[in-house]
Write a protein that binds this ligand. Structure first.
Ligand code: NAD
Length: 497
């Protein structure tokens, strides 16, 4: 990626080269070597945190209106770079160009525009006399330098989800993108600089988790860690953050159920299942992974899903006709294939896919959309994150059983229920343990609504005004209007003499 010739770090308004290890990126779609990345290390994290700390006083004291204006300009700068951002996103991840151009880039521009508006709408209780003789008011304040860590699956959107609420609320930030996919986070920071967001407000340190990531989480001048990634690494991040008693926001793994009741529209559910399962190569924390189908519809649903999966065009990510590009890496593709192969060995039926395509795609990290049946609920492929274009399908009997199966994993990020019944819709919405429940759809997100997990999927919210709960301190200011030297409540402590 020629545009990063000055380095893969963006600190204090400038690109620079990291002082850590060097790594050759492999193009996931071909297996050929791509550019060489020079990672940042703990010294680079120190520099980035220092730049963010210097920028904090000025940025946090700007009026909400001034920050909003800068974020509106950022939305415009991102939009002006739409084709470049989409191309880099596809090159570094292997995802289809349609996904990058029609989902990732417009979603991020919309997020920037949303947070420009939301910056002027920080909410709190109205000032008032909640105790006798005193007026209380709430100040909602930026908290300082945020350290954020992002995964490789949606590099641009994750940069937006981390950076935008933090800086809209007046914080400054150091983001460590995944070491596999720094390109669009760097372009995001460059767009922010072009939008007039001051140097040091947004800094990007590309590096590995153990080196740059841990340096950021343990840094004494970073007040909060916002982490999106796997549950295993999230647990380690939380433990490391405890050393400096940092605030922590964790967006972790998912294993979304897809519950089809016997009154559902099978055709709509089958389309929803295929789109929900293979979106972004299934490398989506909210992807449909576990379909549970009420027994009368099981055969019709699985047959139609298999048919639709077989028709998906797997191919060159840069080709606009491609539906499904490559996965992030060959190692990850092999991990996905391992889950399917072990299930097959244990007696599962693979009704679609279950293999990597050959021919001109043999060199890339591709995997066909895959439907697996005949696995028990406690199988690893049902319980663990596969993070590939793989859907399992199991039948269920009563509504109670279906809902119990939907809740039967450690995760709780997202879920969907498919039914024409209002009662079943409301019951699924109430009883499924997940941060998002879709009814008769699966995947759509909007900037105005929160995203976040229950259970082992983490806590805290991205997007929406709810995200400001993570990125602000709420301060109570109480002003006494009681002129007495000895106030009545003080009698509890010492009586007036
Ligand atoms: P990962 O946990 O391996 O890595 C995530 C980030 O953490 C990367 O930047 C990595 O370099 C960094 N990291 C690794 N070890 C670290 C350490 N010891 N200290 C600090 N940082 C460290 O996850 P991944 O493979 O990049 O992404 C896939 C995972 O992300 C899946 O589990 C997926 O469900 C999850 N995810 C969750 C959400 C959500 O909103 N809940 C969104 C996207 C992805």
């Amino acid at each position: 990626m020629h545009q990063f010739s000055e380095g893969h770090l963006f600190i204090d308004g400038r690109y620079r080269t990291g002082r850590g290890a060097e790594a050759r990126r492999i193009d996931p779609a071909t297996g050929e070597p791509a550019e060489t990345l020079r990672y940042g290390d703990a010294r680079d994290v120190d520099d980035a945190v220092a730049a963010a700390a210097r920028a904090f006083a000025g940025w946090s004291r700007r009026t909400p209106g001034e920050r909003a204006e800068a974020l509106h300009r950022l939305a415009a700068e991102l939009d002006a770079r739409a084709a470049l951002l989409a191309g880099v996103e596809t090159a570094q991840t292997g995802k289809s160009i349609r996904m990058s151009a029609e989902f990732d880039v417009p979603g991020t521009v919309d997020n920037a525009a949303f947070f420009a508006g939301a910056a002027r709408q920080l909410q709190g209780l109205a000032a008032g006399e909640y105790g006798a003789g005193g007026t209380s008011m709430i100040r909602r304040e930026a908290i300082g330098v945020i350290g954020s860590i992002a995964p490789w699956n949606y590099p641009l959107q994750m940069a937006g989800w981390k950076i935008l609420p933090a800086v809209a609320a007046g914080n400054t930030i150091v983001l460590k993108p995944s070491e596999l996919t720094p390109g669009t986070s760097l372009l995001f920071a460059e767009a922010a600089a072009a939008a007039g967001i001051p140097d040091g407000v947004i800094n990007i340190v590309t590096g590995t988790g153990p080196e740059a990531g841990e340096a950021l989480v343990t840094h004494p001048d970073v007040v909060m860690t916002s982490f999106t990634g796997s549950t295993g690494v999230g647990r380690r991040v939380m433990a490391l953050a405890a050393r400096t008693a940092k605030r922590v926001h964790l967006e972790l793994g998912g294993k979304a159920p897809f519950l089809v009741f016997d009154d559902a529209d099978v055709e709509a559910a089958a389309h929803g299942a295929v789109a929900g399962a293979i979106i972004n190569g299934g490398q989506d924390c909210t992807a449909a992974t576990r379909a549970y189908i009420q027994a009368p519809l099981f055969d019709a649903f699985t047959a139609r899903v298999a048919e639709l999966m077989d028709a998906v065009r797997v191919g060159d990510p840069a080709d606009p006709d491609t539906d499904l590009g490559s996965l992030i890496s060959h190692a990850h593709r092999d991990k996905v294939a391992g889950f399917v192969d072990r299930a097959r060995t244990a007696g599962a039926k693979v009704l679609a896919g279950g293999e990597a395509p050959g021919g001109s795609l043999a060199g890339g990290a591709f995997y066909r959309p895959t439907l697996v049946t005949g696995v028990p609920q406690d199988a690893e492929i049902v319980q663990q994150e596969v993070f590939g274009p793989v859907l399992t399908a199991l039948p269920f009997g009563s509504d109670d059983e279906g809902l119990a199966l939907a809740n039967d994993t450690a995760y709780g990020l997202a879920a969907s229920a498919w039914t024409r019944s209002l009662d079943r819709s409301l019951r699924a919405a109430a009883e499924i343990e997940a941060g998002c429940v879709w009814i008769n759809d699966h995947i759509p997100i909007v900037s105005e609504m929160p995203h976040g997990g229950y259970k082992a999927s983490g806590f805290g919210k991205d997007m929406s005004a709810y995200s400001f709960e993570e990125y602000t301190n709420v301060k109570h200011v109480m002003m006494s209007r009681d002129p007495a030297a000895h106030k009545d409540w003080q009698d509890t402590v010492f009586r007036r003499r």
